[in-house]
Design a protein around this ligand. Structure first.
Ligand code: ADP
Ligand code: MG
Length: 238
């Protein structure tokens, strides 16, 4: 587990600033949801924590270590994306093992990690299958498996359920929460769906137009929204 601190974080693309000086503390073991309308900067913030996007100004600390210039592979972080592309010509097992093989981990250790992740995700009997022979939910689990095998201290999810149908989405919300509990990680989860945020989060970070509007537990936001934006967004029908 790890904690993540964001200090005075700014991001510009060319001359356009899209994050305007964010401060955020993500405590060890928490399930934190970043929520806000499309284009408000959620993915950019997550990608900066992951090291996939450069920092214009400010600091990111993981376990009090400044990581501004640390490459993604050295941050003990794993990210599950919205458009998780699986390798179509690799089996489920090979899809999950791929990033470990790239790191030159030995085969026994890789096999051990893959089978452990498959067990956690209920994929054991599917390890020999190819992605085309899986359902949408199973594919999403394989995408999570690729992250889990890396044994990260921090899990980052960027709208992982947006391509699934409503029923599956509700089921997967519960699964991801369980996974967080079971693997004992710190999780930062991005969504534009306020219902998803309210049902999944220990703590919600409401973003709008490159700023953080409010940080609080779900019921705090519901009972005491800091401003009209938060009240409108949290109270809106999904
Ligand atoms: P969200 O994930 O909340 O929908 P993003 O973080 O993707 O928002 O985007 C925030 C803003 O930054 C948007 O205005 C978007 O157009 C802009 N943006 C994101 N990535 C880039 C990029 N690589 N180049 C230029 N602008 C970008
Ligand atoms: Mg996004």
């Amino acid at each position: 587990m790890a904690d993540v601190k964001v200090r005075g974080l700014r991001k510009s693309f060319g001359s356009t600033e899209v994050l305007h000086g964010l401060d955020l503390d993500i405590e060890e073991g928490q399930f934190v949801v970043l929520v806000g309308p499309s284009g408000c900067g959620k993915s950019t913030l997550l990608r900066m924590i992951a090291g996939l996007e450069g920092i214009t100004e400010g600091q990111i600390l993981i376990n009090d270590r400044l990581v501004n210039n640390l490459p993604p592979a050295e941050r003990d972080i794993a990210m599950v994306f919205q458009n998780y592309a699986l390798y179509p010509h690799k089996t489920v097992a090979a899809n999950m093992a791929f990033s470990l093989r790239m790191r030159k981990m030995n085969k026994a250790e890789i096999d051990e990690r893959v089978s452990r992740a498959a067990e956690v995700l209920g994929l054991t009997e599917y390890l020999g299958r190819y992605p085309r022979a899986l359902s949408g939910g199973q594919r999403q689990r394989v995408a999570m498996g690729r992250a889990i095998v890396r044994d990260p201290q921090v899990f980052l999810f960027d709208e992982p359920l947006s391509n699934l149908d409503a029923k599956l989405r509700i089921q997967m919300r519960a699964e991801i929460r369980e996974l967080h509990q079971r693997l004992v990680t710190t999780t930062v989860y991005v969504t534009h769906d306020q219902i998803e945020a309210m049902t999944m989060a220990d703590k919600i970070v409401v973003m709008n137009a490159g700023n953080i509007e409010q940080i609080g537990a779900p019921l705090d936001l519901y009972d005491r929204p800091a401003n009209e934006f938060v009240a409108g967004f949290i109270g809106a029908p999904s």
